[in-house]
Design a protein around this ligand. Sequence first.
Ligand code: NZQ
Ligand code: ZN
Length: 388
Amino acid sequence: MQGNFSYHNPTKLYFGEDAMSHLVNELRSYGKVVMLSYGGGSVKRNGVYDAVIAALKEAGKTVVEDPGVMPNPTYEKVLEGCKLVRDNSVDLILAVGGGSTIDYAKAVSASAYCVEDPWTKYWVKQGSPDCKTVPIGTVLTMAGTGSEMNGGSVITNRKEGFKRGKVFGSELFPKFTILNPRFTMTVPHYQMVAGFFDIMSHLMEQYFAGKADCTTDYINEGLMRSLVHSSRIAAKNPQDYEARANVMWTATWALNTLLKCGKGGDWEVHQIGHAIGLVTDATHGMTLASVSLPYYRHVMRDGLHQFVRFAVNVWGVRPEGKSDEQVATEGLGCLEAWMKEIGVVMHSSELGVTEQNLQQVADAVLILPVGYRTLTREEVMEILKESM
Ligand code: NZQ
Ligand code: ZN
């Protein structure tokens, strides 16, 4: 391990088929007015909404309904949520849904009482809240982002032309999260496998950085192996509880700040994915799937030792009699085969990237000076072209 770090995660988790039974008690720790934020209606169709309402009633809460959080939540929607919070003096935001609903809840919490322009303060200047924030609780219905146990809030601002992430500090982490794998069973197949790849991407973004021998990487490799194993089962049989439960648990640990301990992190695949999402509104995990192989093949030689380790420790590639480059290439081949097996999108053109909007996508990519190689604008374009 190298460097200095502190580790603190304030989110309390309840995991398993009985997890919802803890919601009433958790709700009792907060004030009377609860804003119930959710997406486009899946929670009403699968019964999760009714279960949440029952708990809210039992806890004697006044409910402020806040439906319609869209995938890739917009800044306009965040501002509407802020008004609801202020008008109703909301005491707790209960986000019920996937990463979009939870990210949105964090954005509303930090922005409702912000006296400056929240977009500029948080998503452009990456500042921290110095105003009152509203506590958040979550009931997760889709495994992928890790938003249920982190401070991330990714918001799309079409007027400004950016999809940007802000990682808030522990004051914006959910206070509690209910993780019932059964709630993920109704996620459509496309969204489910997009979530699987999002998890893998979070693991890889943190793995492909640094040169030191680091315990964190061994934890990461274990999570990758578990994900590959369980995702294969779940892709074939989405009703396999054990596999879905393992995936849900892996997703939470893949991005709850543990795996960055002693590590730098890359996150360039996410920046390219966000630019595709901004222009096409495509599903987050699929944007990452479409650019990952071209990106990793591009930077492989710069971080060769780690790509070799990835091949051997995650995919079981035998290194004997092969050059490092051969081993690393074989590892990426295994990644490709797994992606095809679970059925993610392999080309950005399938998501709506065209010759016409390619430049717009490339211009919206934020280039981060981390990872094994800092890309040039030309390299971003090259990777995007290869991804089509
Ligand atoms: O809106 P509803 O009707 O609920 O339908 C949703 C939505 O259409 C549906 N869904 C969710 N749970 C379901 C379900 N349908 C049936 N049954 C269920 N149980 O799935 C669709 C996608 O939901 P969404 O919340 O958008 O998915 P996801 O969890 O992948 O979140 C994506 C957002 O999170 C951001 C992404 O950029 C994107 O905006 N991210 C957040 C991160 C963080 N906070 O740390 C990190 C990630 O890298 C990511 O950037
Ligand atoms: Zn992601």
